[in-house]
Each structure stands twice: as structure tokens, then as C-alpha cells.
Design a protein around this ligand. Structure first.
Ligand SMILES: NC(=O)c1ccc[n+]([C@@H]2O[C@H](COP(=O)([O-])OP(=O)(O)OC[C@H]3O[C@@H](n4cnc5c(N)ncnc54)[C@H](OP(=O)(O)O)[C@@H]3O)[C@@H](O)[C@H]2O)c1
Length: 280
């Protein structure tokens, strides 16, 4: 599996998302994924499944050191005390002494950003998080974290797929040697049946979901974490790594509208203005 290197972090480009997987279904999905060759698992305090992910980590034959594990602290818990409690709880649930990447899940409207980033740095210094980062940070906020506060973050996890432009965030991350992790890479499953992707997929004897995924994974500095509960989806997403897209495929995908956003809660920050129709 190809790795992204960012700020000393080495993270497999393809990971398994776990949002909405719970209990035994979640444990079995993570165990199956690890058995199939996945080495990157994405969870969060908010998903309510860290215990189920932890069960899989405890039961698998794959060594902990070979697994990249990401979790996230919820935006209502960004005061340093609350962050410490969240981290303790995540590690207990996950049955591990460290996570590979710890993210601020969403920026909070009224947060003390220097204090929250300072606490992330402490987690890193204490060895509780090997690497630290953010999620759902628009380019302007990212710039503040990196240039004003000088936080050693190495990743921003954002919604990114063939129907969403992320060129502002991506070019900033690339310029600073940081990774972009694409969440909802399949637009929450919608891209499994997209006509333009279907036309490309037929040409390659692949599926639209595989085309959508490979388009992301072909981009420098971009990882993707499709959620796949079904074994067939997990395998299809691994098989997508072998797909070879050509210039005509990329041009067809670049021409799709890029203004869709499927995760946009009331507490979301002011997003970057999308560059209509621009490819990454
Ligand atoms: N940082 C954030 O704020 C944030 C927000 C949203 C999500 N995330 C993370 O990103 C992950 C992925 O996002 P998501 O779960 O919202 O959506 P997604 O990965 O875009 O789509 C998941 C859906 O696609 C289906 N699927 C997966 N592989 C497929 C394939 N090869 N062919 C056909 N269908 C396929 C899944 O079905 P089955 O499960 O039935 O196989 C599921 O219904 C989350 O699980 C979570 O870890 C982070």
C-alpha cells in the first residue's frame, strides 16, 4: 500500500472510514479490513464506536505498530481539560496507549485555537499522539494554525470527492508538506451510481465507486477513507488501487460540477469559496 509522508508521518493512502458502524458490525468490519490488508483505520470520539474499533485492534493478528489509527476530538471538547479527558477516554476505549493521528474534528465557533493546538502538541510530546492535525479547517484557518500559531500539524481531513472542489485547501497543504485526507470520498455512497463515472468505469471494467476513489488516490498528498461495512465494498476499494485512469477520464471528471457538500452541520465554519469546475 502506497504511503503519504507528511511532517514525519507515514500514512497509508487508503484507509477504512467507520462513521455509522457500531458494535459487532464495526468490530467485524475493522477485523475484516485488517485481514484484507488495510492498515489505516479512521474513527472519532463522536462516532461512538471507539470501543468496537478497540475490540478489533485487540483481536487482530496484525501488530499495533503496523496499523495507522486516527481518532478525533469533538468540537465541544476543545478546552484543554476537556481535550485531556477526551484523549484518556479514547485511548481506554481503543485499548491502545497511543493513536497515530489525533485531530480536532471541527473548529468550534468560539474556540481558543492557540490553546487547543497547544494541547495537541502536549499530547504529541507525551507520546499519546504520534502526529496531530485538524479536520474541516478552511484554508484561512489552516493558515492561521500553521503560520501564526506555528502548530506542527501534518494533516487536514476534509470532504473531498469528484463533486467537490478543494483546490484552495489542497494547494496550501501541499505547499506546507501536509496531507489531505478525503472524507466522504464516495459522496456517502452516491457515486456508486453516477452516470459520468459509470461511462469511465465501463471502459476499464471497473465500477463508478472505484473510479471515484482512484481519482482521489492518484493525487499527490491525498489519502481517502471510504467507509465500507460490506466485505465486497472493502475488497472493491482495495482493487481500485490497480485501476489506471487516463487523461480523457481525468478531463471528464474535471468537467463535473464541484460545488456539492454533503456534510455541512450548523456549527460548520465559513467555507472557502469553491472554484467552479476546477480540477485539483
Ligand atoms: N472529519 C469529518 O468531519 C468526517 C465527516 C464525515 C466522514 N468522515 C470519515 O470519512 C469516512 C467516509 O465517509 P462516509 O462514511 O460519510 O461516506 P463514503 O465513504 O463516501 O461512503 C460510504 C458509503 O459508500 C458505500 N461503499 C463503500 N465502498 C463502496 C464500493 N466499492 N461500491 C459501492 N458502494 C461502496 C458504503 O457501503 P457499505 O458500508 O454498505 O459497504 C457506504 O454506504 C467516514 O466513515 C468517517 O470515518 C469524517
Amino acid at each position: 500500500m502506497e504511503l503519504i509522508t507528511a511532517g514525519g508521518m507515514r500514512m497509508p493512502k487508503l484507509g477504512l472510514g467507520t462513521w455509522r458502524l457500531k458494535g459487532t458490525e464495526c468490530t467485524e468490519a475493522v477485523l475484516g479490513a485488517l485481514q484484507r490488508g488495510y492498515r489505516h483505520i479512521d474513527t472519532a470520539q463522536m462516532y461512538g464506536n471507539e470501543d468496537a474499533v478497540g475490540e478489533a485492534l485487540a483481536a487482530t493478528r496484525v501488530a499495533r505498530a503496523d496499523i495507522h489509527l486516527t481518532t478525533k476530538v469533538w468540537w465541544e471538547n476543545l478546552a484543554p481539560d476537556a481535550m485531556r479527558r477526551a484523549m484518556d477516554n479514547s485511548l481506554t476505549q481503543l485499548k491502545t496507549s497511543y493513536v497515530d493521528l489525533y485531530l480536532i474534528h471541527w473548529p468550534a465557533p468560539d474556540m481558543d485555537l492557540p490553546a487547543a493546538l497547544g494541547q495537541l502538541v502536549k499530547f504529541q510530546e507525551q507520546g499519546l499522539a504520534r502526529h496531530i492535525g485538524v479536520s474541516n479547517f478552511p484554508a484561512a484557518l489552516l493558515k492561521r494554525a500553521v503560520e501564526e500559531i506555528r502548530a506542527p500539524i501534518c494533516c487536514n481531513q476534509v470532504e473531498y470527492h469528484v463533486l467537490r472542489d478543494q483546490s484552495a485547501v489542497l494547494s496550501y497543504l501541499r505547499a506546507h508538506g501536509m496531507a489531505l485526507t478525503a472524507y466522504c470520498p464516495l459522496a456517502q455512497g452516491r457515486l456508486a451510481e453516477h452516470p459520468a463515472l459509470d461511462a469511465i468505469a465501463r471502459k476499464h471494467n471497473a465500477t463508478p465507486a472505484q473510479v471515484a476513489l482512484k481519482w482521489l488516490l492518484d493525487q499527490d498528498g491525498v489519502a481517502a477513507i471510504p467507509k465500507a461495512g460490506r466485505a465486497t465494498s472493502q475488497q472493491a476499494n482495495l482493487d481500485a488501487l490497480a485501476l489506471v485512469l487516463d487523461d480523457a477520464d481525468r478531463a471528464a471528471i474535471a468537467a463535473l460540477p464541484k460545488t456539492e457538500r454533503f456534510v455541512n452541520p450548523g456549527f460548520a465554519p465559513a467555507w472557502d469559496v469553491p472554484a467552479e469546475g476546477r480540477a485539483a
